[in-house]
Design a protein around this ligand. Structure first.
Ligand code: AMP
Ligand code: MG
Length: 423
């Protein structure tokens, strides 16, 4: 069995080729990662621009109370047609170009307009309420660096510089396949006999979307615990860039996923990791002719194990495949705020906890009542996972411990009272 760190290193090094790139339209690029630096093809603003609705004048000839003849009215999107002479103004709207001869704008509220003239009582300095050509960005300038993840603001900037479509690292296709004879569909009739409802499919697909809004996982249904069903589902799954299977990877008589994958040429990188929950974890590549390999994760079937191993291993891998650096979810220092000691076991434990921030900003990890890898409901109130290493003395109340924050859960916050208190 290998450690979590070694497993992460093997996952990171499985991606040993340059990532392919593709062009995507901006309306379908949120969450992708820029594959190249982006340069502006325009100055912004592209001309001397008024930042207010007001009166364009030459600041030098101005005295408060002076009367100006109105030459024209310039709307955003139209060019001025006339040059200002002494004692003249043009009315400009926000975003409109200044006329020649103007270098400042008096706000419209500060003018007393009558017929074709206006009295401007305000003081004004040159440049007031004017944005200069190219002051935000200059044509040719790099405005976004390769490697930037596209968020709402980045999308707006890409639109501003006309980078539509935009070159990004190719978005991988992801497939999620739960396996097990005992599983029935959540939308179907209630389970009978020894059946249970399938929970990992919707959860894992949501976790995939949690990596980036650009990712969607496809799911062809539940594979059954026999070689033929697994073969059929692998035909579909291995056509995707990343295949995430759940169940069938431990030591049971019908844990056939590993065998079925090896039949397809799986180059095994990981088979077992010394963590709890989640010891059985399969990871490797299946070579494909004329294409990059398919990457396969076989996650343990217990729902909490599936959830946790996704966050620990699949999450950083998918981010890397999207073009971001490989970074495991950070472990942050905290204090163990439970009341009972936690014994070490030969595996690194990840226990659901509620994270609290104390008055000094330090984190406190409160254990939650939880019954083990099948108890998904016990995870509902968790903000994070408390990481208890395999070696050393038992973890006692008040001792330092590290925590991994869980995504999509309540952010850690100051709490007046403790929650939970298991262990
Ligand atoms: P396995 O890893 O296939 O041995 O499954 C371990 C445990 O998790 C068994 O109790 C399974 O019934 C359960 N299990 C496996 N897959 C799922 C799933 N997709 N949804 C809910 N429970 C599952
Ligand atoms: Mg199974």
């Amino acid at each position: 069995m290998i450690t979590k760190g070694e497993a992460l290193a093997r996952i990171a090094s499985a991606l040993d080729y340059p990532l392919p790139t593709e062009f995507r339209p901006l309306h379908d690029a949120l969450g992708a990662v820029l594959a190249a630096d982006i340069r502006s093809d325009v100055d912004m603003p592209p001309f001397e621009k008024s930042s207010v609705d007001g009166w364009a004048i030459s600041a030098e000839g101005h005295e408060p109370g002076r009367r100006y003849g109105i030459l024209e009215r310039i709307m955003a999107g139209t060019m001025p047609t006339r040059r200002l002479l002494a004692g003249q103004t043009s009315k400009v709207m926000t975003g409109a170009p200044l006329p020649e001869g103007a270098n400042a704008v008096v706000m419209v509220e500060d003018g007393e307009e009558e017929a074709e003239s206006v009295i401007l009582r305000a003081k004004i300095r040159p440049g007031q309420n004017v944005c200069h050509r190219g002051e935000d960005l200059a044509a040719g300038q790099i405005v976004l660096a390769a490697g930037t993840r596209i968020d709402a603001v980045v999308l707006g900037v890409l639109a501003m510089v006309g980078a539509d479509p935009v070159s990004v690292f190719a978005v991988p296709s992801v497939c999620v396949i739960p396996t097990g004879d005992e599983l029935c569909l959540p939308e179907g009739p209630p389970p009978e006999g020894a059946q249970i409802r399938e929970t990992n499919g919707v959860m894992l697909r949501a976790q995939v979307r949690g990596v980036s809004p650009i990712l969607r996982a496809f799911s062809p249904g539940i594979a059954r615990d026999n070689p033929e069903s697994l073969r059929n589902f692998l035909d579909v799954g291995l056509d995707h860039d990343v295949l995430i299977l759940s169940g069938g990877v431990s030591m049971g008589d019908l844990d056939l996923v590993g065998g079925a994958l090896k039949e397809r040429g799986l180059e095994v990188a990981i088979e077992k990791v010394a963590i709890k929950p989640g010891k059985p974890l399969l990871f490797g590549r299946v070579p494909r002719p004329h294409r990059p390999p398919a990457f396969v994760f076989g996650l343990p079937g217990n729902p909490v194990s599936s959830f946790v191993t996704f966050e620990l291993f699949v999450f950083p891998f998918l981010r890397r495949l999207l073009g971001e650096p490989f970074e495991a979810r950070p472990e942050e220092p905290a204090t163990y705020a439970g009341t009972k000691s936690i014994a070490r076991i030969p595996r690194e434990q990840h226990l659901p906890c509620a994270i609290e921030v104390d008055a000094t900003g330090a984190l406190r990890a409160n254990p939650l009542e939880w019954h083990g890898s099948a108890d998904l409901r016990g995870l509902v109130a968790a903000d994070g996972l408390m990481v208890v290493p395999s070696a050393g003395p038992a973890l006692e109340p008040g001792m330092p411990v590290s925590v991994i924050r869980l995504p999509g859960h309540r952010p850690a916050r100051a709490r007046a009272t403790h929650r939970g208190g298991g262990h």
